[in-house]
Design a protein. Structure first.
Length: 149
């Protein structure tokens, strides 16, 4: 499982001209589910996102996590994070999880993050989404559950 986590002042998702989700200060999480991802990957990712200390403390150092600052989480499925571009210029998505399973994994990821006490909103799986954000910092972190610790 691969996620791009952005610290935002605000973020929203619009589908067919209608805003379907929005948060104020928090984390925009773009999530890609790969073939072979399982509950272990999901649990690792949820814990990592919920405890990621990328918010500034009183001294401006990144020492605070989402719970400590009352951050919202906007979770958006993005299968293109699983793209393989090792050969040629056209991305291959054969490493992406099949859509039915990926949708379930993203829903369970949202629930797992919420289980840590965070407010989680989501985009619409499979929809053509317009994602708007104001990246605060900018701070952008890439998490990959398959990379060695």
């Amino acid at each position: 499982m691969r996620c791009v986590v952005q610290r935002v002042a605000e973020a929203s998702v619009t589908v067919a001209g209608r805003r379907v989700a929005e948060i104020g200060r928090g984390l925009l999480v773009l999530a890609g589910v790969s073939r072979g991802d399982d509950e272990k990957d999901l649990a690792w990712m949820a814990k990592r996102i919920a405890h990621l200390r990328i918010f500034p403390d009183a001294e401006g150092k990144m020492n605070l996590g989402p719970l400590e600052v009352g951050a919202g989480i906007l979770l958006v499925s993005q299968f293109t994070l699983c793209a393989n571009i090792r050969k040629g210029n056209r991305p291959s998505f054969v490493e992406a999880m099949e859509p039915v399973v990926a949708e379930q994994m993203v829903e369970r990821l949202a629930d797992a993050i919420a289980g840590f006490g965070l407010s989680v909103k989501t985009g619409r799986f499979g929809a053509l989404m317009n994602v708007a954000l104001v990246n605060e910092g900018p701070v952008t972190i890439i998490l990959d559950s398959q990379l060695p610790a």
